[in-house]
Design a binder for this molecule. Structure first.
Ligand code: NAD
Length: 292
């Protein structure tokens, strides 16, 4: 018999994730805080549950897609938290991007009562979620992943088991730090080109032939030069992810000069009214701040 699944959180990412799980034939119960988001999934054959506890009761695998650390903590361990009502042996697959230390702590709390939790943050955006082609970075125990894998395969094309609990969130943080740092460098570089009347498209070509070659130079720099600010990945989301990364680094007392600057830049980008633009508009912020 197929694993029974509960999907909690049906927003931009969760709706696509849940729809692919339902389409793969898993009996699925869904729940979202604002219930109208469950309607489209009911049409696909999911059962809409009135509460998270009702959705998760007896489920073999519980997939979460919630905004932030505090939402995941509240859902599991808050006043109406569902942790105590989860079936023994359940695997909670948390696809939300949250704090790595908190993720590890929650997994340990659940493990004490024989329940498993994988941190399973994703990249690939709304499109990847809708198409079932997300990349999923996993932290947690082998047995838990083995059990939940068929469900994760329904929504992710790439599944990398990075290590123990927390390792998935660490991977996501590393990814966002590296990508954002590259974009900040590209933004400054493009401003330099402008100040010297050098064709930044030509500079990009040259960079792609050398050690600076990267996805950011290839794709995001192109977007910036084309003035294409439609998301993509919204600036508010990168602001949130960098904020999480910085909190995690500071909590662990890891020196974080780069991420601290990125955090300021992302706050500045959102404060400049560009929160809903693609985050590569960081380049426009640097241009604006350049005293010319
Ligand atoms: P979203 O705000 O669109 O969706 C979150 C959903 O959770 C909302 O529908 C909300 O109503 C629901 N919710 C919140 N608390 C709840 C609760 N207690 N019970 C039931 N439902 C609850 O956010 P999103 O863009 O789908 O992102 C979800 C997670 O995935 C975030 O952690 C985000 O950082 C991460 N992520 C997003 C993207 C992206 O491109 N949007 C890409 C990768 C990762």
């Amino acid at each position: 018999p197929k694993l029974s699944v509960a999907c909690i959180g049906l927003g931009v990412m969760g709706a696509g994730i849940a729809s692919n799980i339902v389409r793969s034939g898993f009996p699925t119960r869904v729940h979202n805080r604002s219930p109208e988001k469950a309607a489209a999934l009911s049409a696909l054959g999911a059962v809409s549950a009135l509460s998270a506890a009702e959705a998760a009761a007896d489920a073999d695998v519980v997939v979460l897609s919630l905004p932030a650390t505090r939402d995941v903590e509240a859902l599991l361990f808050g006043e109406a938290g569902i942790a105590g009502s989860l079936a023994p042996g359940v695997v909670v697959v948390d696809t939300s991007t949250i704090d790595a230390v908190a993720a590890r702590g929650m997994a340990e709390r659940l493990a004490a009562s024989g329940r498993h939790m994988l941190d399973a943050p994703v990249s690939g955006g709304q499109k990847g979620a809708a198409e079932g082609t997300l990349s999923c970075m996993i932290g947690g125990a082998d047995e838990a992943l083995a059990r939940a894998r068929p469900v994760i395969e329904a929504f992710a094309k790439t599944i990398v088991h990075v290590g123990a609990s927390g390792a998935g969130q660490v991977t996501k943080a590393c990814n966002q730090i590296c990508v954002a740092a590259s974009m900040a460098a590209v933004a400054e570089s493009v401003a330099l080109c402008g100040a010297m009347d050098v064709d930044a498209y030509r500079v990009r070509e040259a960079l792609l032939g050398g050690a600076a070659r990267s996805t950011v130079v290839e794709k995001h720099m192109q977007r910036l030069l084309d003035g294409d600010t439609a998301p993509g990945f919204r600036a508010v989301l990168m602001e949130k992810d960098i904020g999480i990364a910085l909190d995690t680094l500071r909590g662990l007392r890891v020196a974080s000069p780069v991420t601290a600057v990125l955090d300021q830049l992302m706050h500045g980008l959102v404060a400049s009214g560009r929160g809903d633009q693609d985050w590569c508009s960081l380049g426009h912020l640097i241009q604006e701040r350049s005293n010319r």
